[in-house]
Design a protein around this ligand. Structure first.
Ligand SMILES: Nc1nc2c(ncn2[C@@H]2O[C@H](COP(=O)(O)OP(=O)(O)OP(=O)(O)O)[C@@H](O)[C@H]2O)c(=O)[nH]1
Ligand SMILES: [Mg+2]
Length: 371
């Protein structure tokens, strides 16, 4: 299998715009799928696929996720073409609409059937979008959970910093949140495909995703100036404070210009490793743009539930997160009892460590035989 065939797909209006923005100044071509022909025609970089024209006549679904899913399920050829030869599939969409959610769920189901590991990023609606959007978003999260993909719920509010910027305009908020998401996604992809000085092997990324299940957490932070590495790490940690102590495996990307210093990489990594528990599997990569860049950006994917190198399944304890997050996690917990390494037992995890595994194996301690 080719491990470097990562495919990036945006579904619905938000997802399509975000992957299109991620592809600007990059060398990959994302797929954008929607029922809305007009929305697709405004994209610059993506291969566009309009589905369900019989049902929706080339316009949006007006929030009808179920019909969008039926339309996508009928369009098996388009879905099969996208997932063929993919080693890893990324799907991005805005929760709370119809087309994005329905198509994402169908695509993730098709990928699951074809044994292609899938990573979903769902942007949850801004708080000002109202209760109905929120209700639809929760419904979509429930459907996403059942696909078998790993998924992150990225609140639009947090991505654009709505709380710290109460006067921000709606369109500006959309753009900032979308741009941050796009930056994070393209960086994680570039870490595998465009090695800077430190690369994460694409096969290692595929393996981390395959070993993970359920919800993961995604964050991204940028900073400028003399203390930029420390500031970016602290901002990232602030956004992910509930998730970091519960992380089993993490993929970290650090992006900077030619002026990125080794000591700055060390600062970022020290900041992150001090916040995760001992034994967390961390893979880190850098992307160096080649030009001087006053900015440093750090992105992280934190996986809670993962299979350790000995094949056992571990899950860290519940806690923290946003409201929709919390709903998603409790539904997930109710659906899946995570088995321990011994028949009929639950996983015993404390501080991110799988306690069913003897301490000397967990810690990699070599014991000489004593006669
Ligand atoms: N950050 C960001 N979020 C967006 C953008 N457009 C939409 N969203 C979010 O995504 C949610 C879903 O909206 P869309 O993606 O437009 O909906 P859709 O999937 O196309 O669904 P229908 O149009 O109802 O078929 C919205 O409630 C917003 O929270 C965008 O450009 N940027
Ligand atoms: Mg739409």
């Amino acid at each position: 299998m080719k491990y470097d065939s990562f495919k990036i797909v945006g579904t619905g209006g938000a997802g399509s715009r975000i992957v299109d923005a991620a592809a600007e100044n990059s060398d990959f071509i994302p797929y954008a799928i929607d029922t809305d022909l007009h929305a697709l025609s405004s994209l610059k970089c993506s291969e566009t696929i309009c589905i369900g024209s019989n049902r929706f006549s080339g316009i949006g679904t007006n929030g009808d996720m179920a019909s969008a899913q039926m339309a996508a399920d009928e369009d098996t050829e388009a879905l099969a073409r996208i997932i063929s030869d993919a080693s890893l599939l990324f799907i991005v969409f805005g929760l709370g609409g119809g087309a994005g959610s329905g198509i994402a769920v169908s695509l993730a189901n098709a990928a699951h059937k074809a044994s292609i590991p899938t990573v979903i990023f769902g942007l949850s609606p801004f708080s000002f979008e109202g209760v109905e959007r929120d209700r639809r978003a929760s419904k979509a999260i429930y459907a996403v959970q059942k696909t078998g993909a790993v998924y992150a719920i990225c609140p639009n509010d947090e991505l654009c910093g709505t709380e710290s910027n109460p006067t921000i305009k709606f369109s500006e908020a959309m753009n900032i949140a979308g741009r941050k998401m796009a930056e994070g996604i393209s960086m994680l992809r570039n870490i595998a495909m465009h090695p800077g000085y430190i690369r994460i092997d694409p096969a290692a990324i595929v393996s981390t995703v395959k070993k993970s299940s359920g919800q993961f957490f995604f964050g991204t932070a940028s900073a400028y100036g003399a203390d930029r590495a420390n500031e970016a790490a602290q901002n990232l940690k602030k956004g992910l404070s509930a998730a970091l102590p519960q992380t089993g495996a993490a993929l970290i990307g650090i992006c900077g210009g030619d002026d990125l210093r080794l000591s700055e990489i060390a600062t970022v990594m020290a900041g992150i490793t001090s916040a995760v528990s001992h034994g967390t599997e961390i893979k880190m990569g850098t992307v160096v743009s080649g030009k001087e860049n006053t900015q440093i950006t750090v992105s992280a994917m934190l996986f809670r539930s993962w299979k350790d190198s000995l094949g056992g399944i571990a899950e860290c304890q519940e806690g923290g997160g946003t409201t929709i997050d919390a709903a998603a996690r409790s539904a997930h917990a109710a659906q899946h009892m995570i088995p321990g390494r011994f028949n009929g037992t639950r996983s015993a995890v404390a501080g991110g460590e799988q306690l069913d595994i003897p301490t000397y194996i967990r810690r990699g301690i070599h014991i000489d035989s004593v006669r």
